[in-house]
Design a protein around this ligand. Structure first.
Ligand SMILES: [Zn+2]
Length: 338
């Protein structure tokens, strides 16, 4: 009897250990974590980030810094640290840099970053970006920028929280993820350009950028339904990235992907107009999610009450499942186009 018991113990101990390691590596299904991204939480964050208290988040302003502190507090709450290679949540950008191209008397400002280290390929990094600056106060009116880009800002918070929960439960991403809240976008994509010139991780190890700028509203082209998102740039450098976007959407979110603005001949040139471009121009596969412009674009009416939280949630979930695939797949997306 004794012998058999010992043998059983050994067998069960072995199989237990084995099962655990299998579970830790099986990141095939993000559904559980995708579903932690909720309209209620996005709304809660956005009513704060896009409140009058943040004074329209003009680059370098007191209001923007206040919004930044709110973001950092959320990361601390969710136990998402700043990157190991950094000493704080800020990447400082001097006024001289922000005013170098066109002097607009901008004060110093900051990018904000948070980080989840990969379990298997920590040196390969996925960047998820959104700008947290907006246009400030004009004629005594606060321009709250709930859609532009409060929506992308809070999407990053929710995505980071979901990845942090996954990691805690043994399903952390295999590659590292950098959540990058950039500043100075409205004045010429300054924050993302600064990052691309002063990257924390070598650009050669940066596998992709997912950029989110305005995903909480709809445009007139989609008056009948908010179940869509414009996808811009995914296939410009990498067929893999495009295929991942399409496949993950088909599998998990089933949003109408609108590629109209991805046409290089589109006169709006949105591909060059948000922060992903500062990654794309360095050869990093990049995709930009966008709902198009609407009557409140860069107007004082861009308020949190006008956000369609169901659409914001679905689009955030789409970005999340794409990030999940990029961070966990065997090979990084291949650059096969110029
Ligand atoms: Zn924007």
């Amino acid at each position: 009897m004794k012998k058999i018991v010992i043998l059983l113990l050994i067998v069960s101990a072995f199989s237990c250990k084995n099962t655990q390691s299998v579970i830790a590596k099986d990141n095939s299904d993000p559904t559980k974590y995708m579903n932690t991204i909720t309209a209620a939480e996005l709304k809660k964050h956005l009513y704060i980030v896009a409140s009058d208290e943040m004074e329209g988040r003009e680059t370098g302003s007191k209001g923007q810094k206040k919004a930044g502190i709110y973001l950092i507090d959320q990361y601390k709450k969710d136990k998402v640290p700043f990157p190991k290679a950094a000493t704080e949540y800020y990447q400082h950008i001097p006024a001289s840099y922000l005013n170098a191209r066109r002097n607009q008397n901008l004060p110093d400002s900051e990018n904000i970053w948070a980080y989840i280290e990969g379990s298997e390929k920590p040196d390969e990094v996925l960047v998820i970006s959104a700008h947290y600056d907006h246009v400030g106060v004009k004629n005594g009116e606060v321009y709250n920028g709930a859609d532009d880009d409060g929506s992308g800002t809070v999407a990053l918070l929710e995505m980071a929280q979901a990845f942090a929960k996954a990691k805690k439960e043994g399903h952390g991403p295999k590659r590292s993820i950098l959540f990058l809240h950039v500043t100075g976008e409205e004045h010429g994509l300054h924050g993302s350009r600064f990052y691309s010139e002063n990257p924390l991780f070598p650009l050669a190890n940066t596998i992709a950028d997912i950029n989110i700028d305005m995903i909480g509203r709809r445009d007139v082209e989609h008056a009948q339904s908010n179940n869509y998102v414009y996808v811009i740039g995914a296939d410009r450098l990498s067929s893999d990235l495009h295929n991942i976007v399409v496949a993950q959407n088909e599998k998990y979110t089933k949003i109408d992907l609108d590629f109209k603005f991805n046409d290089p001949k589109d006169p709006n040139h949105f591909y060059e107009r948000s922060d992903h471009y500062n990654f794309a121009k360095h050869g990093i596969p990049s995709v930009f999610f966008f709902n198009g412009v609407h009557e409140d674009y860069h107007q004082k009416g861009d308020e949190p009450e006008k956000i369609e939280y169901d659409a914001l949630t679905k689009r955030t979930q789409l970005a999340f499942v794409i990030a999940w695939d990029l961070a966990n797949r065997e090979n990084r997306p291949v650059v096969d186009k110029k």
